[in-house]
Every structure is written in structure tokens, then in C-alpha cells.
Design a protein around this ligand. Sequence first.
Ligand SMILES: Cc1cc2nc3c(=O)[nH]c(=O)nc-3n(C[C@H](O)[C@H](O)[C@H](O)COP(=O)(O)OP(=O)(O)OC[C@H]3O[C@@H](n4cnc5c(N)ncnc54)[C@H](O)[C@@H]3O)c2cc1C
Length: 434
Amino acid sequence: MSNQYDVIVVGGSVSGAPTAAWLARKGFKVLVVEKASFPRDANSTHFIWPRGMSYLNRLGVADKILEQTPHFKQMEINIEGIRLHGGVPSQAIRDRFIALHGDDHGVVDYYAGPRRFFLDEVLLTEARASGADVRESTRVVSLIEENDGVVGIKAIAGNGEEFEARARVVIGADGRMSQFANHVKAQKTEVREKSTFAYYGYFSGIDKPELCIHKRGRFGTAIFPTMQDRHLVLVYGPTEWWGDFSKDPEAGFFRTYEFVAPDVAKLLKQATRVEPFKAMGRMVAFHRENWGKGWALVGDACSFKDQWTAMGITHALRDAELLSAHLEKYLNGEKDWASVMSEYSDIRLADYEDYWNLVCDGAEMQPYTREELEFFHSIEGDQEKVDQFIGQVGDTISLKHQIQPESQDNRELPDFIKQFDSLALDYHRNAFAD
Ligand SMILES: Cc1cc2nc3c(=O)[nH]c(=O)nc-3n(C[C@H](O)[C@H](O)[C@H](O)COP(=O)(O)OP(=O)(O)OC[C@H]3O[C@@H](n4cnc5c(N)ncnc54)[C@H](O)[C@@H]3O)c2cc1C
């Protein structure tokens, strides 16, 4: 087979595989080079918001995911005991797709949490079925450059054989530690050092449908059903406490649950942990330049952000659809490279400029303020506003949309909100320090 392609994609995970699938379906000759052999797991929780499930449905793989993964529309976000229960409004998801992609084909309003060993394999299989030449266990070791542009890759296959392949466009989809980005010297345009730490495990024997996120003080927890009748159970906190937390992380995990979500802690006592815990102590967020002559980046390779809003997979799937639609115009000769790519870059950035700040600010894990609690308390019983808030956390409703709090005139504030300023002082003490 000739080693000349229209597009080469380096990395075959949640950004690379769908990019390859979309492009192959448009009739382009696509090579995907993935160093791992699938199925393989990833150190990532795997909650997918309705917007992300919509991308999977547009690609035609959502039904396959749902065969093995439960899905729901409603969720609970519990902030200092204020219970916000609802779901991302369906119309808002449609509006977002129409604004970004020009149509709302395949949009769905449910979420799911498929395991990465399953999701990633479904996506790579779809790339193959769409006509891409997929090579697993094959590692890209360098890029071929000519006339100041990228024109191909050098790779080593699993059997040790070295080979070269060339293409009109080479895409880096190789994740947050991207060697591709280093090779092309893609500059980081923004960096946010402060992040959460994440510690999570899989439990069986829990009867709790729906995602439930709790936030108290400087900690957060999340629990949701995934495949094989298991629940993913996560705690997160400020990265500066990770050193102390990690001295005895298992004890820290249960202590955190007792503090943040005692109801869930009770369920965990009767449940069985079925896999070793996984951890990530630090997640520095960044944006990078995402294109140059002959190359482009998608997914975490061009921007990575903290896990706490669980948005990386959705954004990877968004990038795949957006980039492939733009590349089509270039590969067909409709538009020149620079105009296609600057448009991709601008649209992508505009799509989550505000959201990036929400994630990075929230990743500092400061306690909520009394004013914020008053706001949450004011919307607690108003389904439309709760749904709008959830739609904002799920990067569907713009953060520019102001959710108007109800007047507090007729509502007595609970004591814990009235006393919150003094209560919150204690929240700054690291509970895991000696
Ligand atoms: C602790 C944690 C929890 C998270 N939880 C969530 C969540 O609940 N929901 C969510 O939406 N997002 C979550 N994320 C983010 C999500 O995991 C990422 O945004 C997503 O995996 C990015 O996909 P990607 O394809 O860009 O990169 P990756 O998934 O990192 O894939 C990169 C691929 O490139 C391959 N590769 C690398 N180098 C080479 C090479 N030289 N040659 C060939 N192949 C190569 C790798 O093997 C890999 O398959 C979480 C992240 C972390 C760290």
C-alpha cells in the first residue's frame, strides 16, 4: 500500500479516532497511528455530558455505547447541602449544535459513563470501519519536515519495523503530554498551574442511579453508574493538599466522603471495591497554538484542563467534528490552508473561552462564598433555573447567560448560610496535614 495519505492522525483515542472516522467518511485517505494496542484503559474518569453523547450519536456509535452503559437525563449537584436536581435542557443542546455546527442532527439529552477501555475501542473500530488505515502498537517517533512544514511521520510498528508515511495534513491527537506539539514547537499561549487532585475507584453493590456531585469546603465528590454494574466513585480536592492526602489516600478517600457526602459514604461501606484506586495529583491546564504549516492539533494536545467538570472527552469529540469539517474544505481545494485553519482555531477558542475560565477558577477548589450560596438557595426550587445552571456546568448554555436569582425577600435563609462566612474559615485548614 502506498505510504502517501491525505491525512495522518497521530493518536487514536477520543480525539484522534473520530477525526479519522469523519475524514475517511468524506472520502479522504487517512492513516491513524496509535502506540497502544486496544482495548486499553486510560487514567481518566469517563463521564460524558449530553453534548458529548450527542457527538457520539452524530458519529453513529451512541447505540453501541448504550448497549453496555446505563444512561440518564437527571443528575444532582449538591452544594453545601443545597440540592440542585435536574438536567441539561434539550433545546439548549440543539441551539448549541446549530450555532457551532450548523445543524442539530443526532442531538440527544442524556449522559453516560462508558469505561475508556470500551469507548476508545468503539471509536477506533469506527475509524477503521469508516475506511481509515488504523495501525495499533505503532509509535510515531518523529515528524518529517520540508520547506518549514510538516509532511509526514516516522514510526515504529509493534514488530520493530520502521516506516515513513506522508500526507497533506498531519494531525497531533496524542494527548496532553503531546510529543507532536513539542516537535512542531507549538507554543503554550496560556497556562493555569492550580488544579485539583483526583482519586477514584470502582465499586459494585451500590444502588444509586444518576450522577451525584457533592461540593463542600475545598472538596468535591462524584459518583455515577458505569458499565458492569459498577459505580465510579471519585474524590477531588486542591492539588496543594495532594502531598498530605496521598500519604494514606485510601483513608483520605473515605474521610473525604464522610465529610462531603455522608449519605454516599454509608453506601460505600456496604459496597465492594472491585479495582485498584487510580489517582492524578496535578493537572496543569494549558492552551497551545493549534496549527501550523501542514499540521494541526486536536483534543488535549492543544488544550488540556482540569478534570472537575468532566469535559475533556466532549471537547475532544467537538474538535474532531469541527476540524474534519474545516479540513474538508482545504482538501477539496475549496479554501486555502491558512484561512481554513485560522477559522477552525478562532471558532474553537470562542466556543469555550468563558468555560475555560470557569474550569480553571473552579479547579482552585476555593469554598463557595456566602453570596454564591444565597444564589444556589434562591434557585433550588426553580426547575428551569436549576436546569440552566446544569446546562452551564455542562458547557451547553453560555456563561454569559445570566440566571436571575429569585428575590430572597420572602425566603428565610437557613442558618448555615447566615453563618457561612465564619464556617468557611475552617474550610481552609488542610484536614490531612499532620
Ligand atoms: C483524572 C482525569 C479524569 C478525567 N475525567 C474526565 C471525565 O470524566 N470526562 C471527560 O470528558 N474527560 C475527562 N478527562 C479528560 C479526558 O481524559 C481527556 O480530555 C481525553 O482523554 C483527551 O483525549 P485525547 O484523544 O486528546 O488524548 P488521549 O486520550 O490522551 O489520547 C492520546 C492517544 O495518543 C496516543 N499516543 C501518544 N503518543 C503517541 C505516539 N508517539 N504515537 C502514537 N500514538 C501516540 C496514546 O496512546 C493515546 O491513545 C479526565 C482527565 C483526567 C486526567
